[in-house]
Design a protein around this ligand. Structure first.
Ligand SMILES: *[C@@H]1O[C@H](CO)[C@@H](O)[C@H](O)[C@H]1NC(C)=O
Ligand SMILES: *[C@@H]1O[C@H](CO)[C@@H](O)[C@H](O)[C@H]1NC(C)=O
Ligand SMILES: *[C@@H]1O[C@H](CO)[C@@H](O)[C@H](O)[C@H]1NC(C)=O
Ligand SMILES: *[C@@H]1O[C@H](CO)[C@@H](O)[C@H](O)[C@H]1NC(C)=O
Ligand SMILES: *[C@@H]1O[C@H](CO)[C@@H](O)[C@H](O)[C@H]1NC(C)=O
Length: 359
């Protein structure tokens, strides 16, 4: 720049060899024109080339340019400071924006997670329901198979009965698992062969019988073979006390049953007759009957029904007996037997050393 001015001056032939640009003073004011070189200096009227340019009476302050430059420097540093502040603000803004973005991301992540959690919960619920359904199906299927097995066993027994293949021992074992010990009594020979004790010293006991008793009480045939020749146990209420309307109890007790984690007791019963009261099954430990573990009351019609009860270790931890107890309040008058219809019958007694559900 300085050289350019120099060249221009030389070309037009106007020579001002000591031109020092800077501020000029008019009316005591410093008029800033061109500032080239001479940092921090101000031209004084005495050193100016053409003193007539300035009113000599007014002495301008020697520091004005310095002040100006200081002001400019101050302004520059202010601007620099502001620029810096602006940068900081911008950075802060960016940080804030990033944080907002992160927050938005986190929020949407949270929503996604909640959504996922709900989906998983729904899946879990579905699986849970499916498992429950499968279990229920399996359980129903097991029950169906067991009923089928019992029915098949009965058919087989009928077949044996028809063929005259009588058996006093348990030969037909409706059991699904070979590791399960099952004892079975069809009462074909005598109650004693199954270990049932019917020799009560006091009170009434059960007897064995074949065929029907009469049209108003008892079954028409046994359960094992479904035959008039097949044998079952029953409560004989013929010769009930005269005119006595008191409940009488008929009992028989099994042999001792071996301890097991659980025991399933299964039997067929027939409760046909208007004077029938209750059939109770007890698990007798020592000399105590305790409460019945199974009970059925009232006239159930002429069909045989399956009764079963699972006994847990409360009963089966040590040796115990099964007690079969029927009650009736039948009585007779001298004119007819109308009030002697209390003959409960009992047949096909099974004991498994496992609970009924797992057998
Ligand atoms: C903001 O986030 C972007 C990308 O996520 C990153 O490149 C940038 O450095 C972040 N800025 C600040 C100020 O944290
Ligand atoms: C954050 O989410 C809100 C609501 O969805 C939206 O209005 C805002 O623009 C988002 N901010 C950023 C930085 O994405
Ligand atoms: C899952 O099952 C529970 C309990 O039945 C219920 O409270 C919940 O709303 C179910 N969840 C879904 C997602 O269906
Ligand atoms: C049942 O008895 C049999 C024969 O004593 C035995 O092998 C089996 O382990 C018993 N099962 C159970 C479930 O107690
Ligand atoms: C099977 O159970 C009966 C009755 O509890 C028991 O008398 C018999 O000893 C058991 N048999 C075996 C092999 O455990």
């Amino acid at each position: 720049m300085k050289q350019m001015i120099l060249i221009t001056v030389l070309l037009i032939g106007y020579v001002r060899p000591e031109f020092i640009p800077g501020c000029s003073f008019y009316n005591g004011q410093c008029s800033y024109t061109v500032q080239l070189g001479h940092q921090g200096q101000c031209n004084l009227p005495t050193t100016a080339q053409n003193p007539s340019d300035f009113p000599t009476t007014v002495q301008p302050p020697t520091t004005c340019c310095t002040n100006l430059q200081t002001d400019i420097a101050d302004l520059r540093s202010l601007v620099a400071g502001l620029t810096n502040d602006l940068k900081l603000l911008k950075d802060n803004y960016n940080v804030l924006e990033n944080e907002t973005n992160e927050l938005n991301t986190t929020t949407s992540n949270k929503d996604d997670l909640l959504q996922l959690l709900q989906t998983k919960e729904a899946e879990f619920n579905k699986t849970h329901d499916q498992i429950a359904a499968v279990l229920q199906q399996a359980s129903a299927e097991i029950h169906r198979l067991r009923d089928e097995l019992v029915a098949t066993t009965r058919q087989l027994n009928n077949c044996r009965g028809t063929l005259g293949l009588q058996s006093g021992t348990a030969t037909v074992a409706p059991v699904l698992d070979a590791s399960i010990n099952m004892t079975f009594c069809d009462f074909q020979t005598s109650s004693e062969s199954c270990g049932f004790n019917t020799n009560r010293k006091t009170g009434y006991s059960w007897k064995s019988h074949s065929g029907s008793i009469n049209s108003l009480t008892g079954p028409i045939e046994d359960h094992t073979y479904g035959s008039q020749k097949g044998v079952y146990m029953y409560m004989d209420t013929d010769n009930s006390p005269y005119g006595d309307h008191v409940i009488r109890t008929y009992r028989m007790e099994s042999n001792l049953i071996s301890p097991a984690a659980a025991v399933c007791v299964r039997f067929w019963y027939n409760m046909n007759g208007k004077d029938i009261r209750t059939l109770n099954i007890y698990a007798k430990i020592g000399n105590g009957d305790g409460y019945p573990v199974w009970t059925q009351s009232g006239n159930q019609g002429q069909r045989w029904s399956l009764g079963e009860v699972s006994l847990d270790s409360e009963y089966t931890a040590s040796h115990f007996k099964i007690v079969v107890e029927g009650t009736t309040d039948s009585y007779h008058t001298s004119y007819n037997h109308y009030n002697e219809h209390g003959d409960i019958a009992f047949d096909d007694f099974y004991i498994y050393n496992t609970s009924c559900n797992s057998e």
